[in-house]
Write a protein that binds this ligand. Sequence first.
Ligand SMILES: [Zn+2]
Length: 195
Amino acid sequence: MNIIESKLQFKGELEKLINENVYFLIIHHIAKEFATIEDIHMWHLEAGYLGCGYNEYIKKDGTVYIGRGNHHGAQCFGHNSDGYGIALEGDFNIETAISNEQYASVIERLKFHKLVFRNIKSIGGHNIFTPTDCPGKYLNVRNIVNDAYKEDKKYHWGMKHLVSLRKKGYKIHDERFDDYITRAEVFAIEDQRRD
Ligand SMILES: [Zn+2]
């Protein structure tokens, strides 16, 4: 995996991310089939940002370009100081598949960032955090996240609670820990709890 430090000129001072305060890894697509990091930088300057808003960018060939890097991004409303945004080349509202190279790189980067940012609480597509169609309906973020952390699963801190709940008679079928909970699931839990 090739990682390139882009030499972008930002229009002002960027604020450093504080590693312990980064709780979210946020996946985007650029909603364009192809672009260079310089193209993105230009679009974001034109949009009135200090420059490329993504912390990093992964091309279809798997090359990783550092954008804002370890600085506050301009990528997800409300999560620019406590989130790290990874943008993928492509428009996954139109393109139905992700290249193997790009897939492999995003997996590697998710693993890496979870080690760097030790307090990560959730990892997901942009649309989990704010109403948007980013990162596209054909990008299966859940599979990506599950693939990235499948080796961690047996060590998950949530396992002891799962085991304990099963002993108490709760029905839990899947040993998955980092998926988002839906409202229906909250209702089901509360309903069981009140039995
Ligand atoms: Zn986005």
